[in-house]
Design a protein around this ligand. Structure first.
Ligand SMILES: Cc1cc2nc3c(=O)[nH]c(=O)nc-3n(C[C@H](O)[C@H](O)[C@H](O)COP(=O)(O)O)c2cc1C
Length: 245
């Protein structure tokens, strides 16, 4: 049943020599990606209190046909992957501390966003570049139909304004934690998605975690190799409260 993956994994680390122990350089914090950059605009949100955001959070599967604004999208992205501080360490090189926790600050997750209908952002698939706080175009423009197909026919996924797609670059975590990594990476993803749930409440929007997706279709939609980087979680976001109400 794969249950062992849920256990601490520390036993597997007994005597294990990680790439970090071996002196292999730390993998890069940010995917080297050429091409045009779109700096994120200032974040926009409605100042909802944390208590209200937590108490009203629920999985939303019905969205208004209304776009998010670029400022709202920027808020959401920063809440799931934004960098609070960078630290330069002699033993590792640059590491990031973000708005979400990550085991050993390895941050194996990449945040890709399929923009379907966002005011001030052209439709397309973008990769968040955390060190630059910008979006990099991927040259892909997934259609609503492709998104639904990748999400195993879950129609609501195609009615969103934007779809958050978390991918994992497992080696970032494996470099230190080796065989104990899968659990740690999965837990990291949960933190990011919960932040998205709460942050969405602060822009009159909602989201729903999507763990039911077709691995091959999702990876192909994002142009990923499926080995060194692959999709692990998705979350369509859309407005649930009309602007001005
Ligand atoms: C890991 C995970 C995967 C999920 N995958 C899906 C999914 O593929 N489709 C869906 O409609 N909801 C999905 N959900 C949402 C759950 O169904 C939802 O959280 C649950 O019914 C409780 O409802 P609530 O979030 O409104 O409290 C997922 C939730 C989690 C945490």
């Amino acid at each position: 049943m794969g249950r062992n993956m849920l256990k601490s994994g520390r036993a597997a680390l007994k005597g294990y020599v990680s790439d970090q122990n071996r002196g292999v350089p730390m993998p890069e914090v940010q995917v080297p990606q050429g091409g045009e950059r779109i700096p994120l605009p200032p974040s926009t949100e409605n100042g909802i209190g944390l208590r209200r955001a937590i108490e009203s959070r629920e999985s939303r599967r019905s969205f208004l046909p209304e776009p998010l604004t670029a400022g709202e999208l920027a808020w959401l992205i920063r809440c799931v992957a934004g960098v609070r501080r960078t630290l330069r360490r002699r033993d590792t090189g640059t590491i990031t501390l973000r708005t979400v926790p990550s085991a050993g600050a390895r941050h194996p997750l990449e945040t890709l966003v399929a923009v379907l209908d966002v005011d001030g952002a052209a439709p397309g698939l973008y990769r968040y570049m955390p060190l630059e706080d910008s979006l990099a175009g991927t040259g892909r423009t997934p259609s609503r139909e492709e998104v639904v197909e990748a999400c195993l026919g879950q129609a609501f996924c195609g009615s969103a304004s934007a779809v958050f797609i978390w991918t994992a670059i497992p080696y970032r975590t494996e470099w230190r934690y080796g065989p104990a990594s899968p659990k740690l990476i999965a837990m990291d993803a949960g933190h990011a998605c919960q932040n998205l749930y709460l942050a969405a409440e602060a822009v009159g929007a909602g989201t729903c975690a999507v763990g039911a997706y077709d691995q091959k279709l999702a990876d192909a939609m994002c142009g990923l190799d499926g080995e060194e980087e692959f999709v692990i979680y998705m979350a369509p976001v859309g407005k649930i409260i009309a602007a001005g109400s």
